[in-house]
Ligand binder design. Structure first.
Ligand SMILES: [Zn+2]
Ligand SMILES: [Zn+2]
Length: 430
């Protein structure tokens, strides 16, 4: 309704957004209200508001935000921020709490932080000496073949690996240890984590699973598009944090008209699943990340036994779907206003913002305000023209641009500007 573009197949593969009428410069063609899954890096949590992502340093050089929900209890524990969530003010805290009406996110984040801190202290038993620890440590190594090379990676191999991982997860974490009276003491092993980034990734996945859970329990006033499966296909995959795109955020364009933004009020799971999965491309460019995803999956499976979220965690197709849509579809959450030296606070996936393809001479600019991304035209657009943003910096020469896009997003840019640049350099060297 009121949308000035439509999603349809492009001539070069995949889908894109095409103008259905002419659009003046400075028009907001789309807004994406909130991420389906996101995370603020652990190192930034005290400094970046959990709701609007304002940076404390930008507020008169404050070191940390001070508004939080206290854990309560005694001593040091009392003043700790519950869920590792700090806010720039009471208003943001209230917004966050309203969004987390059922308290699920705060509870889940709190558990990940608490158990994650413990899990980081357990080193995988690499020395293969018998552990003195009272608790068994689950070894991740056994799932992924030694020296996994990019060219060995096939969908079949990934399916195989994940099937084994799931069997292990169901064996150890399938049900609470207390269920069944005389089953003997089934010991639940601890799943070790390597570093803080594993906790960040666990939190990212959890935020997605919470969205799935809420989507499943939402009043069924709208049915999902029938063309889209609501259960993810059984294929695992990766995430690529490095490729989270840099923002455009460049100039402050005048807002000529507010053509109805077509953002849906809240992105749905079917919408998320309709994003392009990039598992093999992402994993082939960085095969050793597979272990990290397995680790994060097992860690979550181990700490939420008996929790309402556990069925979604235990079925790896959900976690895998989040990993493989994260890859190539996520946006970085950057310090604003965006400059070369801006910090990246985290990343997220804004479902219906991902239909805008890349061009090295984009006609859209994306701008973030709080949690909302808006997409504005940078010049007049004709009906039928594809609407494109740029994935990161496009000031480099064509060779550098194409290499960066290939490394980060696994495509060879064939935009008009790249084609012209190549033709020009061919002429020059002729
Ligand atoms: Zn705030
Ligand atoms: Zn290009």
């Amino acid at each position: 309704m009121g949308s000035v573009y439509e999603i349809k197949p492009t001539s070069y593969g995949g889908r894109g957004a095409f103008a259905t009428s002419s659009i003046p410069a400075g028009t907001v063609v789309h807004t994406s209200p909130s991420p389906f899954a996101h995370v603020v890096y652990r190192v930034f949590r005290k400094e970046v508001c959990a709701w609007c992502w304002r940076y404390a340093w930008d507020d008169g050089g404050k070191r940390n935000w001070s508004v939080k929900v206290n854990c309560g209890g005694k001593g040091k524990e009392r003043d700790r921020a519950r869920g590792g969530l700090w806010f720039c003010g009471e208003e943001c805290k209230e917004e966050w709490m309203k969004d987390d009406e059922d308290g699920l996110a705060m509870e889940v984040y709190e558990a990940i932080d608490r158990e994650g801190a413990k899990a980081m202290k357990f080193k995988p038993p690499a020395d293969s000496k018998p552990s003195n620890s009272k608790q068994d440590v689950l070894s991740i190594e056994e799932f992924v073949p030694d020296n996994l090379q990019a060219e060995d990676l096939t969908q079949e191999l990934l399916d195989d690996i994940w099937a084994k991982v799931e069997t292990t997860a169901r064996l150890y974490f399938g049900e609470p240890p207390s269920s069944g009276k005389s089953r003997g003491k089934r010991k639940m092993p601890i799943v070790p984590l390597g570093d803080e980034h594993d906790i960040d990734l666990a939190r990212f996945v959890a935020s997605g699973l919470i969205s799935v859970h809420r989507d499943n329990h939402r009043a069924p006033c709208t049915s999902p598009p029938s063309s889209v499966a609501t259960t993810p296909p059984r294929s695992p995959t990766p995430s690529s944090i490095e490729s989270a795109s840099e923002p455009d955020e460049s100039s402050s364009l005048p807002l000529v008209s507010t053509a109805e933004a077509s953002g849906s009020p809240s992105a749905s799971w079917p919408g998320f699943l309709s994003l392009q999965p990039n598992e093999l491309s992402a994993l082939r460019s960085s095969p050793n990340q597979l272990s990290q995803w397995i680790q994060v999956y097992l860690f979550l499976a181990s700490i939420f036994v008996g929790h309402p979220l556990h069925p979604l965690i235990l079925d790896p197709s959900y976690t895998c779907a989040i990993f493989n849509r994260d890859a190539g579809n996520s946006f970085g959450i950057w310090q604003l206003p965006y400059m070369d030296e801006s910090e990246m606070f985290g990343w997220g996936v804004w479902v219906d913002a991902s239909y805008f393809n890349h061009s090295c001479s984009p006609n859209l600019v994306k701008k973030r305000s709080g949690r909302v991304f808006s997409f504005l035209t940078t010049r007049p657009i004709e009906a039928g023209e594809e609407l494109c943003i740029s994935y990161g910096n496009v000031n480099d020469d064509v060779i550098t641009r194409r290499k960066r896009l290939w490394d980060g997003w696994w495509f060879w840019c064939g935009c008009t500007r790249c084609a012209e640049d190549c033709a020009r350099s061919a002429q020059g060297s002729a």
